[in-house]
Design a protein around this ligand. Structure first.
Ligand SMILES: *Cc1c(COP(=O)(O)O)cnc(C)c1O
Length: 454
């Protein structure tokens, strides 16, 4: 079979690919690049797949010269849209090793070494959250699957509890604020659950008082989970976790904390106090591919009582009995999905190589840059903050601008390759928004982007 032979040509391709990857990781600055249309890409890559193949070197060249240039560099220091991803060099490099190693990380039997390492990285996060020794979970694709998996576990648990009480109904509702991530609504859609919005306080946070009112109005026994957000995506808001935890405790409802973006701030002493109450959660997620410098795609999902997740997620089939009939830790048992890549390994490798102190320093650095941006906005008369930032999302208005002005400015920035900052909106109003999670973003970058908003 030609395709699995290792030849001189394969050897040379290996060197070329490693060189390409190493050169990409050494780039400073990285090019921002542009999106391209299907027509443009058809013109250069339309016939790429053929019966005989074009050879590895030509395929690499096609990627390098055409396709790579049609992908924005998410790790560019002036990429401040959505939530960027700026992996450490160590994490990005080690992703190559994971790809080359054919590890199945769904079961301990097959991937013990990888699963052990992933669990070590999860433990570091569990300690930041303040979860007990027995806590655990796994790394999943992203916050969307993490939230869905946690909510499925919450519902299975709530229904098992409800079934012991013949008079109680089957809980079918989730409470969260309008600021919670779109993936919560999506999870409810997938689960055919009802998402009940809880009004926010004057600082746009979920609080225990508002939650209690909604639960009492709707019937607390109809809810199987409350979702609080530790760093909302659009405005970076940390809900009042402590009062929310107390109300969940009072009514015996699952307390899930979505820290997909903001959870990383737990490693930063300067903001740690804002998460008080997080340690009481039943489940928690953070995306290392956001503010913990891991490459896509990587979400850490943790449960206070992992046995509840096993009861909800373990897949049963005769060919899997050999895995399920052991007390081993099988990561696949804690989330939606079966086959899994050892996607936590690049994060683990970088933590081991750099030390947790380097993570704290890098996160604190991005917080300092966000504080600098906040001060600039506060002191320049043409700008106004939407809200005092809790973390590193800085949302603000350019006074006198409408939606068209924001869009024209944003398009111009990308056109001139000076930055990628797309507008967002809040309460129907178009706003500007910086998401600062890249330690290579400097105060000079912030000044240059603000200066461009004339
Ligand atoms: C990004 C984000 C998610 C979704 O995570 P993905 O990794 O994109 O699936 C969920 N919640 C919050 C708060 C987020 O910022």
């Amino acid at each position: 079979m030609r395709v699995h032979r290792y030849t001189e040509e394969t050897e040379q391709l290996g060197h070329a690919i490693l060189k390409y990857a190493a050169d990409r990781l050494a780039l400073d600055p990285v090019p921002l690049d542009f999106s391209r249309s299907v027509e443009e890409l058809d013109a250069v890559a339309g016939g790429a797949i053929s019966p005989d193949g074009i050879g590895g070197q030509a395929a690499l060249k096609l990627f390098e010269d055409e396709l790579a240039l049609a992908c924005l560099s998410i790790d560019h220091p002036r990429y401040l849209s959505f939530i960027p991803c700026a992996p450490t060099r160590e994490a990005a490099m080690f992703d190559l090793v994971v790809g080359a190693s054919s590890i199945y990380a769904g079961s301990w039997l097959e991937g013990a070494g990888a699963v052990y390492a992933e669990n070590q990285a999860l433990r570091w996060i569990a300690d930041l959250v303040g979860l007990p020794d027995g806590a655990g979970g796994g790394f999943v694709q992203g916050g969307t699957i993490g939230n869905l998996s946690a909510l499925v576990t919450a519902r299975v648990t709530a229904r098992a509890n409800a079934s012991r009480n013949p008079s109680s109904s089957r809980p079918f509702r989730v409470a969260a604020t309008a600021g919670s991530h779109s993936s919560i609504a999506s999870a409810c859609e997938v689960m055919d659950a009802e998402l009940v919005p809880v009004p926010v306080d004057d600082q746009l946070r979920l609080t225990g008082d508002a939650l209690r009112q909604v639960l009492l109005r709707e019937g607390p026994e109809t809810f199987f989970a409350v979702v609080a957000t530790a760093g909302t995506t659009n405005l970076g808001i940390i809900d009042d976790l402590e009062s929310v935890a107390a109300v969940c405790q009072e009514f015996g409802i699952w307390f899930h904390v979505d820290g997909a973006y903001g959870g990383a701030g737990l490693a930063a002493p300067s903001v740690r106090g804002r998460y008080r109450g997080v340690e009481q959660c039943d489940s928690f997620i953070v995306d290392p591919h956001k503010w913990l410098f891991a490459p896509f795609d990587c979400c850490a999902l943790l449960y206070r009582e992992p046995a509840l997740a096993r009861a909800a997620h373990t897949q049963h089939a005769s060919y899997l009995d050999v895995l399920n009939e052991t007390p081993d830790w099988n990561p696949t048992d804690y989330s939606v999905g079966l086959t899994r890549r050892a996607r936590g390994l690049p994060f683990w490798f970088s933590l081991v190589a750099n030390g947790t102190g380097a993570y704290t320093a890098a996160i604190e650095h991005t917080l300092d840059v966000a504080r600098f941006a906040t001060d600039q906005i506060r002191h320049r008369p043409e700008f106004e903050l939407v809200r005092e930032p809790d973390l590193t999302v800085v949302a603000f208005r350019r006074l006198g601008w409408d939606a068209t002005d924001y869009q024209r400015w944003s398009d111009g920035l990308l056109q001139r390759q000076e930055g990628f900052v797309v507008p967002s909106s809040h309460d129907g109003e178009t706003i500007a928004r910086f998401a600062i999670v890249n330690p290579r973003t400097t105060t000079d970058d912030i000044v240059a982007i603000l200066d461009s908003m004339v």
